[in-house]
Write a protein that binds this ligand. Structure first.
Ligand code: 16G
Length: 535
């Protein structure tokens, strides 16, 4: 096949370093960018096959979560039921990607043929691949390698250049729904979200400039750039001060959502007491809020607090609209015990716990009419079932209902439009949170007081082989090595309101330890003792 000759020819220009073996993990391939050129080229090939098989557009995002490391991930964003996938073929859990990535040059064509045969791929449909990249210096050449792969196998590409990961998900979803989700352009994305935001805050009375002001830490990444573009569509509805905007500092260095969440302190930059602040992560798919009070005490409002705020708002609107729709919050084992308790026992909301990793939460959230999912690290969004969207739409157009129901239905409609349902999105989540605070006339301090987090601690433990730890019950219990869970149970019993678990990281060569208890000293001591049990 002529196309295969082209692949062979081109792949020589994207050689695989001898002996390098990489695996497609929780968030795609992660390695030093100097090792990723051949992977990028080959993921371009795989995306073409995936596009032919599904007869839809595939997105490839070249991004980086951690300084010096790059990610490539493939996804297919459609509307429900399959709205999000990080793996290339639904069935294979990333193994085709791993096989292609690790094939030696002379094995590449037979690896492609194996996938074509196993998946019964018809070669005739046109293939379409959307590509995006973040601001790192390596991203330009890596995304070119992806494009080379797509073209070598005869696929069509659209290069969106610098975009956030959630923006690319949005474009792919728009394309795969023939525009029903919106225009597959960055401008279309801003217009849809900002219009919905403006409609929502129209329900807030007498907002002062102070209430409109927000400080945003852009993690020195793409989010800062894109936020600046988005602001011009907001008609001064939000007054944003951006710091760590990439003009001086390094990506995620002493800043960004992960730094703030894990270190539990403010990032580099000037943060004044009482300022409402948020931090994006490097590719703008996570967000956390925080402030320091007049005593200089730092208060973090993480994914759990965000999920609580959003689900409370939605539940109230559903009640006001008289809509009987099932709402649930999906969390992971990292969710603070206080948040789960508040949601279940005060809010009477169904709570589900899944394994770490967005794909798990996303799929669990699809089971409900309204599924709010957030990892404690700030990665999350809200999913509305087709039936729920239809009911809300019908009600918003019903001229026979009273004003209160109508207002609630219209607000639900705008809420759906401000949310990026394809994946967690810092820009979209920020707009939704700001709108909710404005409508409720709530300060960040009042939001923080909804419930009090249990003190907690996260630690990393280096072990010779983290894979000896196997977990069950959404990673809350260890099943191997023998005796580890019993040891954790014994330690937990010695503290009040305590909980602890261990899990092997999917992104780093470490075991993660989480502990919470009634005091910070107890949480720290428990985490330390559990980490000793892991050795
Ligand atoms: C990845 C996941 C994130 C998860 C984190 C856990 C996606 C897009 N990202 O960054 O959701 O929280 O991994 O990392 O799925 P860990 O396994 O190293 O703790």
């Amino acid at each position: 096949m002529a196309q295969f000759e082209e692949v062979s020819k081109q792949s020589i220009l994207h050689p695989k370093p001898a002996g390098l073996v990489l695996h497609y993990g929780t968030a795609g391939f992660r390695s030093n960018s100097i090792h990723l050129d051949h992977i990028m080229f080959r993921m371009g090939l795989l995306a073409v096959l995936r596009s032919k098989k599904t007869k839809s557009t595939i997105g490839i995002m070249v991004t980086a979560d951690v300084l010096r490391y790059s990610n490539v991930c493939l996804f297919l964003s459609q509307m429900k039921p399959i709205s999000f996938m990080f793996i290339c073929f639904q069935e294979d859990n990333g193994s085709y990607a791993t096989m292609l990535a690790n094939a030696e040059q002379e094995e590449l064509i037979s690896a492609l043929n194996e996938i074509i045969e196993k998946e019964g791929i018809d070669k005739s449909p046109e293939a379409s691949v959307f590509v995006g990249k973040d601001t790192r210096s390596s991203s330009a050449s890596l995304s070119q390698a992806v494009l080379d792969g797509v073209h070598a196998l005869g696929g069509h590409s659209k290069d969106y250049g610098l975009v956030t990961t959630p923006q690319l998900h949005y474009m792919v979803c728009c394309k795969n729904t023939q525009g029903k989700y919106g225009d597959a352009t960055v401008e279309g994305y801003y217009k849809k979200l900002c219009q919905a935001f403006t409609q929502l805050v129209g329900n807030a009375s007498n907002r002062t400039d102070d209430q409109k002001h927000l400080c945003v830490d852009g993690a020195n990444g793409i989010g800062a750039l894109k936020l600046r573009e988005m602001i011009s569509h907001l008609n001064k509805g939000l007054q944003v001060t951006i710091f760590n905007d990439g003009s001086k500092g390094k990506l995620n260095h002493q800043c960004g959502a992960d730094f703030v969440k894990v270190q539990q302190k403010t990032p580099t930059g000037e943060v004044n007491p009482g300022d409402r602040c948020c931090s994006f992560d490097g590719d703008a798919d996570r967000i956390v809020y925080y402030f320091t009070d007049s005593q200089q005490v730092f208060h973090l409002l993480d994914g759990d607090k965000i999920a609580t705020l959003i689900s409370t708002f939605l539940k109230e609107l559903l009640i006001q609209a008289g809509l009987n729709l099932k709402i649930a919050v999906v969390q992971t084992a990292y969710a603070n015990g206080s948040s789960t308790d508040y949601l279940e026992n005060t809010m009477n909301v169904t709570v589900r716990c899944t394994k770490t990793g967005v794909k798990h939460l996303h799929h669990a959230a699809l089971e409900f009419d309204v599924g709010v999912y957030f990892e404690a690290n700030g990665h999350g969004t809200v999913l509305f079932s087709k039936a729920a969207e239809d009911k809300i739409q019908q009600l918003a157009q019903d001229s026979r209902i009273d004003d209160e129901r109508k207002r609630a239905a219209l607000m639900l409609q705008s809420t759906i439009n401000v949310i990026n349902q394809t994946v967690g999105d810092a820009l979209s989540d920020m707009l939704l949170i700001e709108a909710i605070l404005a409508i409720k006339g709530m300060t960040v301090e009042q939001w923080d007081r909804i419930y009090t987090d249990l003190p907690n601690r996260q630690l990393k433990v280096k072990v010779s082989d983290r894979r000896v730890i196997d977990t069950t019950d959404a990673e809350r219990r260890a099943v191997s090595p023998a005796g580890l869970q019993e040891a954790i149970d014994q330690l937990v019993k010695t503290y009040r309101k305590a909980r602890s678990f261990v899990r092997p990281s999917g992104t780093e060569d470490v075991v993660r330890v989480y502990a919470e208890a009634d005091t910070q000293e107890s949480a720290d001591a428990l985490a330390h003792e559990v980490s000793l049990a892991v050795y």
